[in-house]
Ligand binder design. Sequence first.
Ligand code: IPM
Ligand code: MG
Length: 368
Amino acid sequence: MAKKYNIAVIPGDGIGPEITKSAIDVLEAATSKRDIEIFTKELKAGGAAIDSYGIPLPQETIASAKDSDAVLLGAVGGPKWDNVEPDLRPEKALLGLRSGLGLYANIRPVTVYNELKDASPLKNPGNIDFVIVRELTGGIYFGKTGFYQSGDHLSDGSVKGKIAYDTESYSEGEINRILKIAFELAMKRRKKLTLVDKANVLLTSRMWRRLASQMSFDYPEVEFDCLYVDNAAMQLISRPATFDVIVTNNIFGDILSDEAGQIAGSIGMLPSASLGAPGTPGLFEPIHGSAPDLAGQNKANPMACILSAAMMMRMAFGEEEIAQDIENAVKKTLEKGLRTSDITFVGEGKNTTLVGTNEITGAVIANL
Ligand code: IPM
Ligand code: MG
């Protein structure tokens, strides 16, 4: 009997609907070849939900996502909703889904395909193959936040006025559970782990450093080191191929993964998995945003979403063969020279063809 998986699909906004459609088309083709059935249900979140229900994350979306085997998400947000109240912003949907589903571990693999080395702004990117493990449900994105009025004065005599604050806070438990995931991942890879923090300034970072150093004794085979985040931003450019696993907090992981996207040639290539407690549905999404300027024009690069679907097959369902089928099809498509417009160096004496979302998706399916 064919195995069956229930996938909740949250297309979201901007290019989200186009790239999730691509990914599902690829998944359907890849799974049917291996006698597996997927069932999809579409859920609303982000701007799309604001337009339909007046709120970015309806209860129904959380409940239905929790009830699925895994979630595939496109992207949320766009200029249309930039002026809504902070609590109603589309991004709140993503944060709400992450916390609602308990998705504390965000796994962002960064590889540079041989064919795309020219698209990387680095002269000699080398063999880049690292993973950013980003803590996803804590830190400043979820800390105490607010405003208050102050009558105090600054050193130049001006009145402070309204003060806004966001708080970075982490519990030992939150830090230890993500560190464990990072150490375990390092054991399965090249056995190198780098903690990125700002321990020269922040108390929370000093706690991350203490706990990581303690845990490193349980993993004597793992070569463990620490970098301050400003230095890490620099080292990622100067020696990207030397990194294996990077573990860090929510905000540093957010920032460094966009930097990694550029190193990889295009942020349109990088997938991610967000995982919670074993047995609960994970969420798989590209690391890029909703790219409103490209939306609806058959221009978006669907590869990050397609590769996120491959990660889903591997990590949510243990379907390693299907994951590899998809990854190989993506590679073949790049080898044949097909490129979407986000990837620079199209043309320029290279044997490449500029194509749209539909064409590149069709090519991936044909290459399965
Ligand atoms: C990401 C995005 C989100 C984040 C935004 C859209 C809230 O940038 O997934 O990296 O900051 O986590
Ligand atoms: Mg980001």
